[in-house]
Design a protein around this ligand. Structure first.
Ligand SMILES: Cc1ncc(C[n+]2csc(CCOP(=O)(O)OP(=O)(O)O)c2C)c(N)n1
Ligand SMILES: [Mg+2]
Length: 529
């Protein structure tokens, strides 16, 4: 009979999880023994960066990705990064090494005491198999749960299990396929179409799931059929709609009162592929204006169950778009003529040293190809970003989904590894960069052709703005002077330059190196909105 390790490796191969992001320790080495040809182990130097890279890679490929972490300490280091993966519904399969079975009870060094409980509030499913024979089945479950729930899963495996005999039934798991169909059935179909068709002033709110599911272009067709305004859901992590399309009204503000205000005058708000809603700023008010009805369509049953208002249909929002496109009449006159995209405003300039972030973003927009994918983690420049960018393609925009810093740099490395034919640019603040900085080393080792544009304003800009909002104008610990990212990048093996002005920045961006590089630019402080 083959070993647990052999069957598990075969399972991962069959399920397409052959790129492994990890940072190993002694407990994990037995799992890594004899990895078959075709596996690729991408080493990250810190677990936050490991998970960020895997998150970017899984989001860009749309498939589950294996993450290999070291016991409780490595899992703990990864937790902040996992909050983002949970919010973006990224199917990560985390396998952590455990002490040998007989050493867990006495709590030998590197025993992870009650390992599933350590991770459980965060991941969708967590387990430690009750015996070695159950490891291949449990690993298959971890993969299927991640795929079906679209949520990270966690499996802790005692390291003496890998060399154990897999038992007579182990091979059965290799043949398994687990499929899901999620189009609305007859009754639901009729109800939804009737509600949408009878709306006089419908509005559409699209979540990041629409982009993750590859429905960016279909969302445009639906919006043009409905003819109403389109917003992106608050706390956006993927752009589901072209941001200069004439029907696009921008990202909804992340507060109850301003969301309600935006919906004023609409009898129906149809929310596709988003929780209702991921508010952030506490701006209380009524959830919806008088006379506005909300229908949420999401594949995420928990997001449907926990919403505080509206009706919900748990179904694949992409399938629902198809249903609506088939069932709704063509509009008499197209509300949004093709090619009628809204023009871009002139970038603002600043006096004194440093560029306005808008000048930086205008340079990105003009100098980089239209299909560039941007991974953004710069928190005070949100308004400037949307004023200048013109994103018209699926998979153009990624942002830390739970607001946990440390996704941006590693996430960009993962996106670039997943899409070698697409230009990838990380737009990173000088505060954010530090949380995932070690990903630069992985980028250098794998010669990932990533451009990092580092915005150095010397401060945690967004927190200064938040301080005003919360009535805390004098909080300490917000400034971060004295950081030179060109020297840090060079230390990790990434070529770097400091650009002084717009012309120099544009000239640098026009180059297309086949290796990673970092461009540091000093910027003026702006506010997120
Ligand atoms: C892991 C984590 N720690 C702390 C924070 C709080 N936080 C939110 S925005 C921010 C500042 C980020 O600064 P920077 O990247 O320089 O962007 P800027 O606001 O200056 O544009 C911080 C520290 C967070 N979101 N995540
Ligand atoms: Mg900053």
């Amino acid at each position: 009979m083959p070993s647990v390790r052999r069957v598990s490796h075969s399972l991962l191969e069959r399920q397409g999880l052959t790129t492994v992001f990890g940072n190993p320790g002694s407990n994990e080495l037995p799992f890594l023994a004899g990895l078959p040809d075709g596996f690729r182990y991408v080493l990250g130097l810190h677990e936050g960066a490991v998970v960020g890279m895997a998150d970017g890679y899984a989001q860009a490929t749309g498939h589950p990705v294996l993450v290999n972490l070291h016991a409780a300490s490595g899992s703990g280091n990864a937790m902040g990064a996992l909050t983002n993966a949970v919010a973006s519904r990224t199917p990560l399969v985390v396998v952590a090494g455990q002490q040998v079975r007989s050493a867990i009870g006495p709590e030998a060094n590197l025993a992870s005491v009650d390992a599933p409980a350590l991770m459980k509030p965060l991941v969708g499913w967590a387990a430690e198999p009750a015996c070695a024979e159950d490891v291949p089945r449990a690993l298959a479950q971890a993969v299927f749960e991640a795929r079906l729930q679209r949520r990270p899963t966690y499996l802790s495996v005692p390291y003496d299990d890998w060399s154990a005999d897999a038992g007579d039934n182990a091979l059965a798991v290799l043949e398994r396929r687990v499929l899901r169909a999620a189009a609305p059935g007859g009754e639901q179909h009729r109800w939804l179409v009737e509600r949408v068709a009878s709306a006089r002033r419908p509005a559409l709110v699209l979540g990041g799931d629409i982009d993750s599911a590859g429905r960016f272009d279909d969302a445009v067709r639906l919006a043009e059929r409905l003819g109403g305004p389109v917003w992106a859901a608050p706390s956006l992590f993927r752009l589901p709609f072209p941001n200069r399309h004439p029907l696009f009204r921008g990202v909804l503000p992340a507060g109850i009162a301003p969301v309600s205000e935006a919906f004023e005058g609409h009898d129906l708000v149809l929310v596709l592929g988003a929780p209702v809603f991921r508010y952030h700023e506490h701006l209380p008010g009524r959830y919806l204006p008088e006379g506005t009805r909300l229908i949420q369509v999401t594949e995420d049953a928990s997001a449907a169950a926990r919403a505080p208002m509206g009706e919900a249909l748990v179904a694949d929002p992409g399938a629902v778009i198809d249903v609506l496109l088939e069932s709704l009449d063509e509009p008499a006159a197209p509300a949004a003529p093709a090619g009628g995209y809204r023009p871009v405003a002139e970038p603002l300039a600043v006096e004194g040293p440093g560029l306005h972030p808008e000048q930086v973003f205008a340079a990105l927009r003009d100098e980089l190809p239209e299909d560039t994918a941007y991974v953004v983690e710069s928190t005070s420049t949100n308004a400037a970003w949307w004023r200048q960018m013109d994103l018209r393609r699926q998979g153009s925009y990624y942002f830390p989904a739970a607001g946990g810093l440390g996704f941006g740099l590693p996430g960009a490395v993962g996106v670039a590894m997943a899409q070698p034919d697409r230009p990838v640019v990380a737009v990173i603040g000088d505060g954010s960069a530090n949380y995932g900085i070690t990903a630069l080393w992985t980028a250098a080792q794998h010669r990932v052709p990533l451009t990092v544009v580092l915005l150095r304003n010397g401060t945690y800009g967004a927190l200064r703005w938040f301080g005003g909002l919360l009535g805390v104008p004098d909080a300490p610990g917000l400034d971060i002077p004295g950081l030179d990212f060109t020297r840090i990048a060079e230390g990790y093996g990434v070529r770097a330059q400091h650009v002084g002005g717009v012309a120099e920045l544009r000239a640098a961006l026009a180059e297309r190196p086949d290796h990673p590089r970092l461009i540091q630019v000093d910027t003026a402080l702006t506010t997120p909105s």
